[in-house]
Design a protein around this ligand. Structure first.
Ligand code: HMG
Ligand code: MG
Length: 306
């Protein structure tokens, strides 16, 4: 039933690539997005309209999303941190009135001031004010808005995070009009126990079907934490092809749980997940090769070694 359908938000082209030091050619990013869409990804985070001084790798996002194939049935999103980013996106959309390259935006804040300051130069309260304006302006143009809360378990700057804080920031994002809020274990230190405890608190106040799980796999807990979220009633998981990625403002954190690992973990279960595992494995090795990186998906490596 649709109640057992797990939505996957493929964050590889954004979260996966944003931390790469050498600038990846736009053509490679375009091909990655196109391959993911052909492999059955239904929601793809294609890039960010952030400051190129803060995250140089995402500077070419307008060019990338203009050049990519816009597959029907696939939703394309970009990250927008402030009004300047939204202005830049609107300018791009105005150039393509008949075929908007981007369907939705994602806004992002954090559960701690220290992380929010490091990531976007404002406190959480200040960021919620900015994002309230961004969200209203996007909704006015018929663009849906997703929200992110970072550091839902641990903060690299201020330590252990109180679940009540995550609950309240999540509620603020939903109240301003986000259709869904993705809960980010940015550092990747969470376990089924700490994630479960955090979710209990967040779900006490926020509808579980408006939540998503975003688990970085630094400690190898990504799959376990994603399944914990699914057991709690969450039906949207963010994942990254080949487990690529990391946040520039979370030192030492690795990529998101690999898309291939999530698909494999849910095979044969009562849950259905979109995506062609074989084609995704192929795509994961292709991009890892392009980046000169080891493929971080255990499943992909095991399948290839057969
Ligand atoms: P700031 O320096 O405070 O910005 O940065 P400002 O408003 O003072 O403006 C300074 C300059 O930047 C100005 O240009 C602006 O025009 C320009 P100047 O006059 O000096 O030439 N500027 C912009 N340019 C392009 N696009 C924009 C933009 N905004 C201002 N949108 C700012 C504030 C938010 C811009 C900056 O901190 C920033 O871009 N941060 C983004 C950080 C980021 O992308 N982090 C990674 C994504 S979040 C993440 O990975 C976590 C997640 O995966 C979940 C999880 O794992 O937890 C989502
Ligand atoms: Mg992330």
């Amino acid at each position: 039933s649709s109640d057992n359908f797990i939505n996957i938000v493929e964050v590889g082209p954004r979260d996966g690539l944003q931390n790469e030091k050498s600038i990846i050619p736009p053509a490679t990013k375009v091909e990655l997005i196109n391959r993911l869409g052909k492999a059955g990804s239904k929601i793809i985070e294609a890039g960010s309209f952030v400051s190129p001084k803060w995250v140089p790798q995402m500077a070419g996002t307008a060019e990338v999303v203009t050049a990519m194939d816009k597959l029907s049935g696939v939703t394309y999103q970009v990250l927008v941190p402030n009004e300047k980013g939204l202005e830049n996106l609107f300018a791009l959309l105005a150039k393509h009135p008949d075929s908007p390259p981007i369907d939705e935006i994602a806004v992002f804040t954090a559960a701690t001031d220290a992380f929010s300051k490091a990531n976007t130069n404002v406190t959480v309260a200040e960021s919620l004010e900015i994002l309230g304006r961004v969200t209203r302006a996007a909704l006015d143009k018929g663009i849906r808005v997703r929200g992110y809360v970072s550091v839902v378990i641990d903060c690299p700057y201020s330590g252990k995070v109180t679940p009540a804080r995550v609950r309240d920031v999540t509620k603020a994002l939903l109240d301003m009009g986000c259709y869904e809020v993705s809960l980010g274990d940015t550092v990747g230190t969470g376990t089924p126990t700490t994630v479960g405890r955090m979710l209990d608190t967040v779900i006490g106040v926020n509808p579980v079907r408006k939540l998503a799980g975003h688990f970085h796999d630094t400690f190898g807990m990504g799959v376990a934490n994603a399944l914990t979220a699914v057991s709690a009633g969450i039906r949207t998981i963010d994942s990254s092809i080949a487990g690529l990625g990391g946040c520039p403002y979370s030192p030492g954190a690795t990529g998101n749980v690999a898309t291939e690992d999530i698909l494999y973990a849910l095979q044969g279960s009562q849950y259905s997940v979109p995506g062609d595992l074989e084609a995704l494995v192929e795509t994961g090795f292709w991009i890892s090769d392009k980046l000169g990186r080891d493929n971080s998906s255990r499943v992909a490596k095991a399948i290839r070694a057969r």
